[in-house]
Design a protein around this ligand. Structure first.
Ligand SMILES: CC(C)(COP(=O)(O)OP(=O)(O)OC[C@H]1O[C@@H](n2cnc3c(N)ncnc32)[C@H](O)[C@@H]1OP(=O)(O)O)[C@@H](O)C(=O)NCCC(=O)NCCS
Ligand SMILES: Nc1ncnc2c1ncn2[C@@H]1O[C@H](COP(=O)(O)OP(=O)(O)O)[C@@H](O)[C@H]1O
Length: 200
């Protein structure tokens, strides 16, 4: 039987993890997460971290060999060409991880959390696309608070992605997270009513 693959995306800090956690805890849905694979791609000693340190020098690594994530973030969220170079290394790895995990898992319905689903051209990996949205002002405020960023750092991260409006326009389902958490969970419950739970 063809698997039901739900791609969950949205702008940074719009509420994807909040939605994903609810789907996992309340509906017992298995979840695959692009950020986990992207971190795995740059694990200590991996071919990708080696290429990154060859390009940016050993100072891009912490003393224990791990990637200095905030330093790479400063580079890629301010220099689009460098971002594309890093993405070209990491995104094929992430895509392969998804394909392998989808084939290995026996569940028929899966949630794939993919922050850069549109930007990375991963639409054809999933059967339907859910976008979590909020206003640009809320997004910026939530990001600054959650990641302890300056205004400038938050704007750099947000402008490295497609706008929320563009993502909403390309969604099959929109979860509007501009109000309370309770309102968000109610919307998820409504959407889940039409997902055939026998498939889960
Ligand atoms: C640069 C990097 C090392 C920074 O690490 P970090 O400060 O720990 O930040 P995180 O990896 O937790 O990412 C934070 C946010 O940045 C966003 N982001 C990551 N890479 C991005 C990129 N290349 N372009 C635009 N936004 C990006 C993600 O949306 C993520 O937010 P969300 O999960 O809250 O939506 C890391 O983001 C990275 O390796 N990015 C390149 C790989 C990539 O494209 N990952 C996205 C998943 S496929
Ligand atoms: N409805 C909401 N009202 C206020 N804060 C929220 C709401 N939904 C999520 N948040 C907070 O906003 C931040 C971003 O949410 P998160 O789920 O981590 O986003 P994402 O996974 O899309 O980056 C978190 O600190 C979260 O607790």
């Amino acid at each position: 039987m063809k698997k039901h693959l739900i791609g969950l995306t949205g702008g940074i800090a719009t509420g994807k993890s909040t939605v994903a956690n609810y789907l996992v805890t309340a509906y017992n849905l298995p979840m695959l997460d692009a950020d986990v694979y992207a971190r795995d791609a740059v694990s200590v000693g991996s071919p990708i971290i080696t290429q990154i340190s060859q390009r940016y020098g050993k100072q891009i690594l912490l003393p224990d060999g791990n990637l200095n994530r905030s330093q790479l973030g400063e580079i890629i969220f301010n220099q689009p060409e460098e971002r594309h170079w890093v993405e070209n290394l990491i995104h094929p790895y992430v895509r392969n991880c998804f394909t392998q995990a989808i084939n290995e898992l026996s569940a028929n319905t899966l949630i794939l959390v993919i922050p850069l689903l549109f930007e990375a051209g991963l639409e054809n990996l999933v059967g339907e696309i859910w976008v979590v949205s909020c206003s640009p002002q809320q997004q910026q405020q939530r990001l600054i608070q959650r990641n302890n960023l300056t205004n400038e750092q938050a704007v750099a991260r947000i402008s490295s992605q497609l706008s929320i409006a563009e993502k909403v326009a390309r969604a099959d389902v929109v979860l509007d997270n501009s109000s309370t958490l309770e309102s968000l969970l109610q919307q998820i419950d409504l959407v889940m009513k039409r997902v055939d739970t026998n498939l889960i």
